[in-house]
Design a protein around this ligand. Structure first.
Ligand SMILES: Nc1ncnc2c1ncn2[C@@H]1O[C@H](COP(=O)(O)OP(=O)(O)O)[C@@H](O)[C@H]1O
Ligand SMILES: [Mg+2]
Length: 411
């Protein structure tokens, strides 16, 4: 028959088991059982410390009040005032006054909370699972000389109840941590994969652009030149006069090639941004063009141009470049204007000249306009070319779709 003292203890142990059930983390588990434990072992502070699987660190979970033991987690096992217990060298620790007990104050010991909170009576028993120490249960009181061996025996019974539960919690935490590490590694890999994909896309787009430029400008010219050369070889007399246009054509080709190479290099666009790159292009190309052409850049985009995704801004820049080239080559204009407009939902570029106006080309011409359209389609932008409604000349207009513009604004 159980006597009444044993009966009460037994009830408390049952209570502890009941309280533990369903607690999914260390903190709530320790807090759930602390009150029941208090009825068996009176204390001001209680903690369960759990060693980590590597055996080098431990974490303390506290109840009563918080000390730096709980805040400094995980902490090196070697600095724990109860390290001999955690290492399995001792089976319990009992002191009447921890503030003066030299066992807790070795060199490097993290015993500051003992002194800070005046923890005098202390008792410590190991949490064991299948003979292995996985942590310790510690009770402390500010009153000196409170605990005896009976309390140690009771603490052991409680520790035996807690140990398997905390062992399972530790395994679950460890699994959760591994899952997080794994998820992070996967995310990093995915990030790299996406980065590589973007780079490949950018390189491919650049390769296509150089291909388009070579095809439009240089190859077409070279084909024309070679046909003329072939015709010349059939003529009996070849004069310097006949060679003159061929010579000029060749020079033109070389100039185009130089330009293509120039544009393939990391450009002002990357270095200084969109607006400056457009300005620079306007300035340089109007200067090289012969008859004086005035230019202007109206930037009402409030910096939105510089926030565009690089793929988008490169495509827009190439479109603007071709529109400016066309205005210089074909429009016989005295003025070229580039206008940037942006709101929070839109981004809009126009290249406007005051030249002869745009006729749908009849003669075979390059595919500059085709390329502009393709580039616009690739970034889901709307492309238009036509006569200006107010005054003479041509307007080329590109509008980013609201989705693309918004995306840029959010980026
Ligand atoms: N700003 C413009 N003003 C007048 N005509 C233009 C303008 N832009 C393009 N064009 C006409 O459209 C034609 C096609 O242009 P494009 O496709 O760029 O080929 P390319 O410039 O090689 O001729 C040009 O040959 C020209 O007749
Ligand atoms: Mg052109």
């Amino acid at each position: 028959m159980l006597n009444t003292v044993h009966r009460a203890l037994f009830d408390h142990y049952l209570g502890i088991s009941r309280m533990l059930a369903g607690q999914l983390d260390f903190h709530s588990a320790i807090r759930a059982v602390a009150t029941e434990i208090k009825d068996i072992i009176p204390h001001d502070h209680l903690d369960v410390c759990i060693t980590m699987i590597d055996g080098q660190y431990h974490t303390a979970y506290e109840s009563g009040f918080e000390t730096d033991w709980g805040k400094r987690a995980p902490a090196p096992l070697a600095q724990s005032p109860i390290r001999t217990l955690l290492w399995g060298e001792e089976d319990y620790l009992l002191t009447a006054d921890a503030c003066t007990d030299p066992r807790f104050h070795f060199k490097g010991a993290f015993s500051q909370p003992i002194l800070a909170q005046s923890l005098r009576s202390r008792l410590h028993v190991p949490l064991k699972v299948q003979g292995d120490v996985i942590g310790a249960l510690s009770c402390s009181s500010r009153q000196a000389g409170l605990y005896d061996l009976q309390d140690i025996a009771n603490a052991r019974a409680i520790a035996d109840l807690l140990a398997p539960y905390f062992f399972a919690l530790r395994a679950a935490e460890q699994a959760k941590r591994s899952a997080i590490v794994e998820a992070e590694a996967r995310a990093r890999e995915e990030g790299l994969r996406l980065g590589a994909l973007r780079l490949t896309e950018a390189l491919e787009a650049e390769r296509q652009r150089i291909g388009m430029d070579l095809h439009d400008e240089t190859l077409a010219d070279l084909t024309r030149l070679s046909r003329r050369l072939e015709r010349l070889t059939h003529q009996p007399e070849v004069t310097g006069e006949a060679l003159e246009p061929l010579f000029r054509g060749l020079q033109h080709c070389m100039q185009d090639l130089r330009q293509i190479i120039e544009e393939a290099k990391p450009s002002i666009l990357q270095l200084f941004g969109f607006v400056e790159a457009v300005e620079n292009h306007l300035d340089r190309s109007t200067r090289d063009s012969g008859p004086t052409i005035a230019w202007a850049l109206e930037d009402n985009s409030a910096g939105a141009a510089e926030r565009l995704d690089q793929t988008v801004s490169t495509a827009l820049f190439r479109i603007v470049q071709e529109a400016i080239s066309n205005a210089i080559r074909h429009a016989r204009a005295s003025e070229i204007r580039v206008r940037l407009e942006a709101s929070d939902r839109s981004f809009d570029i126009a290249v406007i000249d005051n030249g002869i106006g745009f006729e749908r080309p009849v003669k075979r011409s390059g595919c500059g306009i085709g390329n502009m359209k393709t580039r616009a389609r690739l970034i889901s932008a709307k492309f238009e070319i036509g006569n200006r409604s107010e005054g003479p000349g041509t307007i080329v207009r590109v509008q980013l779709s609201p989705a693309t513009a918004m995306q840029e604004a959010l980026a």
